[in-house]
Ligand binder design. Structure first.
Ligand SMILES: Nc1nc2c(c(=O)[nH]1)N[C@H]1C(S)=C(S)[C@@H](COP(=O)(O)O)O[C@H]1N2
Ligand SMILES: [Mo]
Length: 160
């Protein structure tokens, strides 16, 4: 048996990774399996309203967005709230839909919203589809970005 056939590869399309980049010391490419294995899983039972479909009820599991981002080491001064409060998060989906959050929304000393990078929705694994952003405090579904391809972290520039 050749070495290649001895190492069967699962087709890449079965895993939809996303990039975590921006003003971070450790940019990363993460799959849903990485999110499941690397951080504590939280659960969120949510209801959000969609302008076209009405109220949606879902159960999500996944790590806290802030814990995943903190492990990439954003370049802010972690001990200074005012420095952390300058940062933004931009999340992009596979179809180009994208949104922003402020770091302060998810920071434990500010809004402390338990935003998740979901690994499952309603008991179904999201490995093939890609992670979904879960924003439990939102009344509307527009920031529940599905098929996440990128998370960017950065500071709003100091105005001149
Ligand atoms: N990638 C991506 N995620 C998305 C959207 C989208 O267009 N693209 N629409 C958002 C909106 S408006 C809503 S209400 C929720 C739920 O949409 P669904 O009920 O069609 O799943 O997904 C959100 N996530
Ligand atoms: Mo929506």
């Amino acid at each position: 048996m050749s070495r290649l056939s001895a190492q069967p590869r699962t087709p890449a399309t079965l895993f939809t990774p996303f990039t975590l980049r921006g003003d971070v010391e450790c940019p990363a490419t993460l799959t849903v399996a990485d999110l499941r294995g690397g951080w504590e899983q939280h659960r969120a039972e949510v209801v959000f309203d969609c302008a076209t479909n009405g109220p949606q009820h879902h159960s999500f599991e996944g790590p806290l967005l802030r814990e995943v981002v903190l492990d990439a080491h954003p370049v802010f001064d972690a001990h200074k709230r005012k420095d952390r409060s300058r940062y933004l998060l931009a999340v992009t989906g596979g179809d180009g839909h994208h949104t922003v959050l402020s770091w302060a929304e998810v920071d434990a000393e500010f809004g402390d919203v338990p935003v998740l990078l979901a690994t499952s929705m309603d008991g179904r694994a999201l490995d093939a589809a890609g992670s979904q952003l879960v924003v439990p405090a939102d009344r509307c579904g527009a920031r529940y970005i599905s098929a996440i391809t990128g998370v960017w972290v950065g500071a709003w520039p100091v105005p001149v």
